[in-house]
Design a protein around this ligand. Structure first.
Ligand SMILES: CC(C)(COP(=O)(O)OP(=O)(O)OC[C@H]1O[C@@H](n2cnc3c(N)ncnc32)[C@H](O)[C@@H]1OP(=O)(O)O)[C@@H](O)C(=O)NCCC(=O)NCCS
Length: 237
């Protein structure tokens, strides 16, 4: 575990943050940097409460960001692509009247600051938002970074089962699982131009247990449940 970075605050995104957010995107996704000023402007127009930055207080440096919108899940399904969930990154499909699902469109932390607790703070802000708005859940596509190294040995589903059970560490999925997310399914073609994941993503969910009903957990694919391997006890040895 790396030391947590002190003095990091999370607040809602402001227009003045856009150049730094775009710069972080260039470092995290050098092959296809995400987010343009037009898209970031649109996010603030449709859903300012859903956009967060993590800032180092002493320097004013933006080290991470998270972007989300509210969707009505009945309008989509597990195989829907990222560009349709986000209306090509503009979030103009944000639907607070009908939607009960916070869709996590982005979370990224500057490469020099990863594994130091910033992603955890951004997720905490997201969960608090869901609770404050009385939403049922967060859903997102966790791109399977790291799958390309295993693609010659395992299918994407097999890879995810191994990450869920801790046999492999997935650079993004292990983080999401640690934050109480459950895998609903594995989809191809989720992100274009992503050589690390070969386009595969795990669709993941965190449920707001304070308001969830039993039917909200129904229909889960049991292959992605974490297997509990019981240690043999002294008496059974
Ligand atoms: C995924 C990401 C947002 C996590 O943010 P972060 O600030 O590095 O995460 P944290 O430091 O809060 O990590 C919390 C825990 O998640 C897990 N984790 C985080 N990064 C991990 C990695 N690369 N490999 C394995 N586990 C990881 C660890 O268990 C970690 O706890 P530990 O450091 O005590 O072991 C960040 O790594 C990132 O920006 N990745 C590139 C962009 C990306 O893939 N975003 C997701 C799009 S779907």
């Amino acid at each position: 575990m790396r030391a947590r970075l002190p003095g990091i605050v999370v607040r809602e995104t402001r227009p003045v943050d856009f150049p730094q957010i775009i710069a972080v995107g260039h470092v995290v996704y050098p092959e296809s940097p995400p987010w343009t000023p037009e898209q970031l402007t649109s996010h603030l127009r449709v859903f300012p409460e859903g956009q967060f930055v993590a800032i180092e207080e002493s320097t004013g440096l933006i080290l991470g960001m998270a972007a989300s919108l509210v969707v009505c899940w009945d309008d989509y399904d597990l195989t829907t692509h990222w560009r349709d969930f986000t209306d090509n990154g503009m979030f103009t499909n944000h639907d607070p009247e009908r939607g009960r699902t916070l869709y996590g469109a982005e979370i990224m932390v500057h490469a020099v600051a990863q594994r130091r607790g910033i992603g955890t703070k951004l997720y905490k802000a997201r969960r608090q938002l869901v609770e404050r708005l009385g939403l049922l859940r967060i859903r997102a596509g966790a791109r399977l970074r790291g799958y390309s190294r295993y693609a010659h040995r395992f299918s994407a589903e097999e890879y995810v089962v191994k990450v869920v059970n801790g046999e492999l560490r997935g650079p993004t999925l292990s983080f999401q699982l640690k934050h109480g997310f459950h895998v609903l399914g594995v989809v191809p073609g989720y992100l274009r131009h992503d050589p690390e994941s070969l386009g595969y993503a795990a669709v993941i969910e965190w449920i707001n247990e304070a308001i969830a009903k039993p039917e909200d957990y129904a229909g889960r694919d049991r292959r992605f449940d974490r297997r509990i391997d019981l240690e043999p006890t002294a008496s059974s040895a």
